[in-house]
Design a protein around this ligand. Structure first.
Ligand SMILES: [Zn+2]
Length: 387
């Protein structure tokens, strides 16, 4: 395990308002490898071999927590991105091209792609991540997606209600029947969460409520994609159902913000989407000033945000969304953990999982100050060096 050999000189990220992590000459004790969560109390009299890592003036922060990804897919949509950058607006239906490619892929192809993403995430400092299904949209293909996702993370989300597949275009309610019936039955054993894309062009608030209530009745936690492409009922539905998180929150009215502020639902902002679709960013400052808990996540997916970089999300949030550096780093660590209702990750403290990122920089400010520069010098997950 890893543990601080000296007390942090800045508050850890669990403190209100967040913190940039540990900026000074912290030393870290490495006592063997593979310690389980709940560690963190290494001392000099430990009988285990101790490896001391001298950060040498470089910043250490908790491993990033990416609470929103769509990593089980096949195919390539770079041509769609290229067209969009040439002036065509993104529409939710683009998901269907990934659905066709994913259905045609073998288990091993999907597994290999997923393994590549896990390495990519770790190399960029992400030590906890959620993965959604949603590119299968049949009972067998959705079951396969959550089963494969469960091989790489416990934070698996069943998103059968991602988009209405082409074969149900004339009868979306029949597709909702499938999602809340046999599809949920097949997927729930592999999943921790249920999610729905509550948006014009995807699922109505009424259909979304059916999906989420069915998942909750099966013991799944609730998450919502809401208010991405325009105003709508997604945020208020999420709050009404005590969702752990409502994600996107790009188009909010005052009632949405008030509802979030009075709830335990996290507003998860996904700036990679607006970056990659050239749409206006969500107003993080408005949410923070209202007292809403804000997380940052990548939404890594082949259509609207094909980045897995939380450092990029932090840089954009600081430059264009009104967040301070400390708020953005908190949102990508402890905020992501809150969006997954976890307290054992996203923080540096005794008892938390030893997930740590060492930056090749003297402070976490450099994550925003030096956008696009590979600053991740070391990554430990559960006390074991992984990158
Ligand atoms: Zn998403």
């Amino acid at each position: 395990m890893l543990a601080a050999a000296t007390a942090p000189t800045r508050p850890h990220v669990a403190d209100s308002g967040g913190s940039g992590g540990l900026d000074t000459h912290q030393k870290w004790q490495h006592t063997g490898g593979g310690a389980g969560s709940g560690g963190g109390a290494a001392t000099d009299d430990s009988s285990e071999a101790i490896t001391v890592v001298d950060a040498a003036g470089r910043a250490v922060l908790p491993g990033f927590v990416d609470s929103h990804t769509h990593l089980v897919f096949a195919g390539d949509r770079s041509a769609e991105f290229e067209a969009r950058m040439a002036g065509r607006r993104y529409e939710a239906g683009g998901i269907r091209s990934t659905v066709a490619a994913t259905r045609a892929a073998s288990d091993d192809e999907l597994r290999a792609r997923l393994a590549g993403f896990v390495d990519e995430l770790l190399a960029q400092g992400t030590t906890t991540f959620e993965v959604k299904s949603g590119y299968g949209l049949t009972v067998a293909d959705e079951e396969r997606a959550v089963r494969l996702a469960r091989e790489v993370t416990p934070e698996v989300t069943f998103l059968g209600a991602h988009v209405v597949p082409a074969e149900y275009a004339e009868d979306p309610d029949a597709y909702v029947d499938l999602v809340v019936g046999p599809m949920l039955e097949a997927c729930a054993p592999h999943a921790r969460w249920i999610d729905v894309f509550c948006e014009t062009g995807a699922f109505t608030p009424e259909q979304s409520r059916r999906v989420l209530e069915a998942g909750a009745a099966r013991g799944l936690g609730v998450r919502v994609h809401g208010n991405q492409l325009g105003p709508g009922g997604g945020v208020r539905l999420a709050v009404a159902l005590d969702a752990a998180s409502v994600d996107h929150c790009t188009h909010l009215d005052d009632a949405d913000v008030a509802a979030l502020a009075g709830s335990s639902t996290v507003a998860t902002l996904l700036p990679g989407v607006e970056f990659s679709t050239r749409e206006p960013y969500p107003d993080a400052r408005r949410l923070l000033d209202a007292g809403v808990t804000v997380a940052l996540a990548s939404d890594c997916n082949p259509g609207s945000s094909f980045t897995s970089s939380l450092p990029l999300c932090i840089a954009v949030a600081v430059r264009d969304m009104g967040m301070t550096v400390d708020e953005a780093v908190w949102a990508a660590t402890a905020g992501g953990a809150a969006a997954l209702r976890r307290t054992d990750v996203g923080v540096i403290r005794p008892g938390a999982r030893a997930d740590l990122v060492l930056l090749d920089a003297p402070s976490v400010t450099h994550l925003a100050y030096r956008p696009g520069v590979p600053l991740i010098a070391g990554v430990w997950k559960d006390g074991t060096r992984r990158a």
